[in-house]
Design a protein. Structure first.
Ligand code: GLC
Ligand code: CA
Length: 534
């Protein structure tokens, strides 16, 4: 791809902010928009291209903002629309793009639309949600289960009908088969684009359509005792239905009416099905999120190589790849892999072909925090104990002061702070060249400065060491070799390159390692990764 056709959302890195947990400007223990604005210089310094904000809209907070009672305003906890405009302007003045979360599958039960819809069977919005009669014995119409546990149907006394909620009971699913709903939601997209946002991350976008005949979902043959309850069924009739396609195209048309906007879709599907969302003529979503690194249990060179290769193969012509290592729904990467291997993972994320998404705090090596049951907040924890998402959502660690610089000292934060914050924080890590922060920032700088890395080609390379994953990135007249040792033993990689026998290490997971290396005997320490300029 030639340099001048590369767009910002292709070459740049996206940084996800969970607004409740980033920075609290008014000492109520909860992060807010003004707090984020006050930390934009940090994000500019780090080297990210864009920030994506998880929801900040008015919400009863049953699912911490993913239950929205008004799509076109700001919850007072986070500020107001003027705060939002200030944040957007301040981001743009630093050349940082701003993406917001768009949650089309469900509203809050406190949204005016739902209040009207549930008020009778024949009001103008009666068909805006998925209502259905009970079975003759009064039970729910089918076996569908909620992602947060239990039946996905809730009986309503007034209508004497059930409504569908694939998530919390306070998150009724909208009826996307109703053209009025479609128009209302496309208008929400326009509202944010008109305000100037650069893109949308679309929540559970592959769930919008459900089987019209409401057939039972089959049991998941792979489910075992101890797995979360919501994995007990296959989502045959509740996700990824072909009926979706038209809506994706409509959403894309809305985005295309504005210059250089991006649509990112949250889609937990295997590659064969995921790539469909790019659209047959690439007129669908720009970036259907690729979550496979987040789901990978077997952290070995061969598994990762196969994953990358199968993704590269599955991508349709002209589709832009992307990679995700962490988000607000999963255990943090430093907890999943440990600190040493998560450095290797960051090197992978930031040198693979495709747009990387970085989750706030992962650049510090923040870990999951054990939340005592009485302090649990996440509805998923309540429905499936042990599978809650609070541990990966704790306050950002800015400095070593009593509140980690997140809130005012002495304030009780909405989730507890990590016990390690006196050591693991932005201030301390800025000063330490061996820190995760220094390492991630260097990687970002290297990526940003080199088209080979941020938009060049990818080629997997044979090496003598099976425990290592080696690949080449090339573009704009430069070539980089990335060699990652996934094992706990030192390895020697030997590569035959047609053009050169030597290269220069530009970054290693081992701080301070640099210099010229011979490609016939490139030595890697246990779990070490290097980027070599050829
Ligand atoms: C998405 C969000 C998750 C939320 C759910 C319901 O999966 O990432 O946090 O609970 O949708 O909106
Ligand atoms: Ca606050």
């Amino acid at each position: 791809m030639s340099e001048d056709t590369v767009l910002w959302w292709q070459s740049g890195t996206v940084y996800q902010i969970y607004p409740r947990s980033f920075m609290d400007s008014n000492a109520d223990g909860i992060g807010d928009l003004a707090g984020i604005t006050s930390k934009l210089d940090y994000l500019g310094w780090l080297g990210v291209e864009a920030i994506w904000l998880s929801p900040f809209y008015p919400s009863p907070m049953a699912d911490f903002g993913y239950d929205i009672s008004n799509y076109v305003d700001v919850d007072p906890i986070f500020g107001n629309l003027a705060d939002f405009d200030r944040l957007l302007e301040a981001a743009h003045s630093r050349n940082i793009k701003l993406l917001v979360d768009f949650v089309p599958n469900h509203t809050s039960d406190e949204h005016a639309w739902f209040k009207e819809s549930r008020s009778s069977r024949d009001n103008p919005k009666s068909d805006w949600y998925i209502w259905t009669d009970p079975k003759p014995d009064g039970s729910p119409p089918n076996n569908w289960i909620s992602n947060f546990g239990g039946s996905a149907w809730q009986f309503d006394e007034v209508r004497q009908q059930y409504y569908l909620h694939l998530f919390d009971v306070k998150q009724p699913d909208l009826n996307w088969r109703n053209p009025e709903v479609v128009q209302a939601m496309l208008d929400v997209m326009r509202f944010w684009f008109d305000r100037g946002v650069d893109g949308l991350r679309i929540d559970v976008v592959n769930l919008l359509f459900k089987d019209e005949a409401l057939r039972d979902n089959p049991p998941n043959p792979n489910w075992k005792e101890g797995d979360p309850g919501f994995h007990q069924q296959l989502r045959t009739y509740t996700e990824d239905l072909p009926d979706m396609d038209g809506i994706i195209l409509e959403m894309r048309k809305v985005a295309d009416a504005y210059p250089e906007r991006v649509l990112i879709g949250e889609i937990w599907l295997p590659y064969e099905r995921l790539v469909h969302y790019y659209g047959a003529e690439l007129n669908g979503l720009h970036l259907p999120f690729n979550f496979q690194l987040l789901l990978l249990d077997d952290w070995q060179a061969e598994s990762v190589r196969q994953l990358v290769e199968s993704y590269e193969t599955a991508l349709p012509e002209g589709a832009w790849p992307n990679w995700v290592l962490g988000n607000h729904d999963k255990s943090r990467v430093a907890t999943r892999l440990g600190q040493t291997r998560s450095r290797l993972a960051q090197m992978l994320l930031l040198t693979l072909r495709g747009t990387p998404t970085l989750y706030y705090g992962d650049e510090l090596g923040m870990v999951d925090v054990k939340i005592p049951p009485e302090l649990a907040r996440d509805p998923q924890e309540k429905g499936s104990p042990g599978f809650g998402r609070d541990p990966g959502r704790t306050p950002m660690q800015w400095d070593a002061s009593p509140d980690a610089g997140f809130s005012a000292p002495g304030v009780t934060t909405w989730l507890p702070l990590a016990p390690d914050y006196e050591k693991v924080n932005v201030d301390a890590e800025k000063e330490d060249p061996a820190s995760m922060l220094a390492f991630v920032r260097l990687l970002l700088a290297l990526r940003n400065a080199n088209p080979a890395l941020n938009s060049g080609s990818y080629r997997s390379i044979e090496s003598s060491a099976a425990a290592c994953f080696v690949y080449e990135r090339a573009g704009a007249g430069k070539r980089f070799l990335v060699a990652l040792n996934f094992s706990d033993q030192p390895q020697t990689v030997s590569i035959n390159d047609a053009e050169t026998s030597q290269g220069r290490i530009v970054i290693s997971t081992r701080t301070g390692r640099e210099g010229i290396v011979n490609l016939s005997g490139l030595e890697l320490d246990a779990a070490e990764g290097v980027v070599v300029e050829l």
